[in-house]
Design a protein around this ligand. Structure first.
Ligand code: UDP
Ligand code: MG
Length: 153
């Protein structure tokens, strides 16, 4: 089965009206969106999702920011989805993110960097389950798949 990864369009992406511009980048690259919903993160969910950052000085601001407003959670599927989507997203510090990446084009901040994407296959498996039940994920074929990739790729 093709690889899946979790994407969060953080509250700043919604507040700034960037949802469509960001989602279209994954569509045009050929990734399949197999799950999508809007939710507001609880403090508990933020602590679980950002457990690796709990002891950082910026954590209180991070939790306040991600729980303050709704966000959009998505699961994208495709070849090497985790690695390729991290490349499309760009580095954490958006000020230094290359032009052409989502963070490079839409943010100039480390804390308000519009998007989250899983950083490894192991993390992706956990993160997809953290935000989506099995029956919220869909399996379907793109009728255009012949034009996206050769059958042996
Ligand atoms: N973050 C922050 N200040 C920092 C580093 C990170 O506010 O100095 C926030 C930022 O929203 C970032 C998130 O914490 O996206 C998760 O940090 P991580 O190091 O996992 O970066 P990412 O995987 O999002 O690139
Ligand atoms: Mg991370």
């Amino acid at each position: 089965m093709a690889e899946k990864t979790l994407i969060l369009l953080k509250p700043d992406a919604i507040q700034r009206g960037l949802l469509g511009s960001i989602i279209s980048r994954f569509e045009r690259k050929g990734f399949k969106i197999v799950g999508m919903k809007m939710l507001q993160m609880s403090g508990e969910l933020a602590k679980e999702h950002y457990a690796h950052l709990l002891d950082k000085p910026f954590y209180p601001d991070l939790e306040k920011f991600v729980t303050s407003h709704p966000l959009v959670a998505m699961v994208a599927e495709g070849k090497d989805a985790v690695e390729v989507i991290r490349l499309i997203v760009g580095p954490t510090n958006a000020s230094k993110a290359p032009a052409g990446t989502i963070r490079g084009d839409f943010s100039n901040s480390t804390s308000r960097n519009v998007i989250h994407a899983s950083d490894s296959r192991e993390t992706a498996e956990k993160e997809v389950k953290r935000f989506f039940r099995d029956d919220e994920l869909f399996s379907y074929r793109f009728s255009s798949s012949y034009y996206l990739r050769a059958s042996d790729e």
